[in-house]
Design a protein. Structure first.
Length: 140
């Protein structure tokens, strides 16, 4: 009988710990939602890079060469550069898109964890949030 193993699930972090790490500058908070969602409400300092732009070649897919310096990598290279070696904390509305982003970024050598429950949980936990458009974290 052959044994099969499933790949390990991406690491996850609760919103309160994600806020603590991001506020202390120990991690990059990455919002992978669409610009309209981010403009409505977002975590302070979160960098907006929609999931569809995280493709290694800038095409929105996972194809392409990740490169070593991040140059020419589209959203992936921008995240790598913004993180500067720090852990990336991926967040979306509910945790599904950020889980996909976590898997993609980890596959390309960018240490990333998923914020469990996304912005819904962030807001439910009473963590700081900005409403309406602002440039507190920037966008790619």
């Amino acid at each position: 009988m052959a044994w099969t193993t499933q790949p390990p699930a991406p690491a996850q972090i609760d919103p309160a710990e994600a806020h603590r790490l991001a506020a202390a500058g120990e991690a990059l908070l990455l919002d992978v939602r669409e610009p309209e969602e981010h403009a409505e409400v977002h975590a302070p300092g979160a960098l907006l890079v929609p999931l569809g732009t995280l493709g290694a070649d800038g095409s929105g897919g996972a194809e392409g060469s990740a490169g070593t310096d991040g140059a020419g990598d589209g959203g992936l290279g921008a995240v790598r550069a913004a993180a500067g070696g720090r852990l990336v904390l991926a967040v979306c509305r509910s945790g599904n898109r950020s889980q996909a982003a976590t898997e993609l970024l980890n596959a390309h050598g960018v240490p990333t964890v998923n914020v469990v429950g996304g912005m819904r949980a962030w807001l439910r936990d009473g963590l700081p949030a900005h409403r309406d458009e602002c440039r507190c974290g920037g966008a790619i």
